[in-house]
Design a protein around this ligand. Sequence first.
Ligand SMILES: [Zn+2]
Length: 213
Amino acid sequence: MKYEKERREMLSAALDLLNYSLVSLSGGNVTVRTADGSFLITPSAMRYETMQPEDIVLVDENGNVLEGSRRPSSDMKAVLYIMKHRPEINAVIHTHQPYATAVGLVEDELPGCLVTVLDACGPSVPVAPFTISSDEGMGRLAVEYAGESLAVILRNHGVIAMGKDLDEALESAVYLEESAKTYLAAKGLGSIHLLTREEIEAERSPRGNYGQL
Ligand SMILES: [Zn+2]
């Protein structure tokens, strides 16, 4: 079986999606670009708790199965569209995370009003218009609306989070959810204190003092 390490990392990330309440049961999916330009994608409608490395499907850029006996996620066409049009992105996570999705039901973006979303996602997180799921159009709108952000909210559906690697995509999804929760709590109290463009740019500028050396 090829890419065992990557498969185990994907299973770990998928369990994190459950742990952080970003998906339920078998919802959403995880996709990773491999070193040889193929893609590992979680299977359709299988529970993450019992998923095994061999259940993850290896496909080519057109979605042809290269290795595996499971059917790939029904959103594969959309995810492969994103991978094709964002070559710097190597991991895509799709969730139905409730707080960010709730923002997308009433707003056109989650504004960049919290340092977590600014650091993990982008200057704001846009909301893409509704489109049916399991269709390439979902990927097209995600690419079109994401802009500079590593996450985009899919109206009436969920979230696409992206990253140069799986950790970055997971951080984008988790911190987006935390930020959306805070945003909605604040909306219930009154008007949101937004940041200026200058404040957003200053917060997003690298300062080199975060993380371990
Ligand atoms: Zn979905």
